[in-house]
Design a protein around this ligand. Structure first.
Ligand SMILES: [Zn+2]
Length: 160
């Protein structure tokens, strides 16, 4: 090669070399090594239509092999992409369910908390009691009641 190599991606340069080799081998087969020597000296190598077709067939064979490799790579890439898309959709669904469950749990906790109200009697007793626990236990349960304490501990844990 006397001409400088044009800047090309490595893959294209490899392919270019494969095409060149295929043409060269076809010329050697049909015209003999003498024709290659003439070509390398920069002298014209005359081909008839049949010889040119042989060279073209050699190039097409390289192209077909390359297309086959690219098709396999494309199929692999498509399968990977589909698997990734499935995984992403699965994660999104999982996150949505987890979010809904969290919201349900928070709503339930808020309802439980609303039941347990701080209450103080009118009069001399300055102790606070839980109105709900009083109703269900029949005794005076001081504020914060065990349920409210548990909710407070849970809230502290959730915040950290
Ligand atoms: Zn209570």
């Amino acid at each position: 090669m006397t001409q400088p190599e044009p800047a090309q991606p490595r893959h294209t340069a490899d392919l270019r070399q494969q095409y060149a080799t295929a043409i060269r081998d076809a010329v050697r087969l049909r015209l003999g090594p003498n024709a290659l020597r003439l070509g390398e000296e920069g002298r014209p190598v005359m081909m008839n239509a049949s010889e040119a077709e042989t060279a073209a067939d050699a190039v097409l064979a390289v192209r077909d092999a390359e297309m086959g490799r690219l098709r396999v790579r494309a199929e692999i890439a498509e399968r990977r992409l589909a698997a990734l898309a499935d995984a992403v959709l699965g994660n999104v669904e999982h996150a949505k369910r987890a979010e809904a469950e969290r919201d349900d749990a928070r709503n339930t906790l808020a309802k439980v908390r609303a039941l347990h109200e701080q209450y103080r009697f009118a009069g001399d007793d300055t102790t606070d009691y839980c109105a709900h626990c009083n109703q269900i236990s029949g005794g005076w349960i001081p504020w914060p009641c065990p349920t409210t304490q548990a909710l407070d501990r849970h809230q502290t844990q959730e915040a950290t």
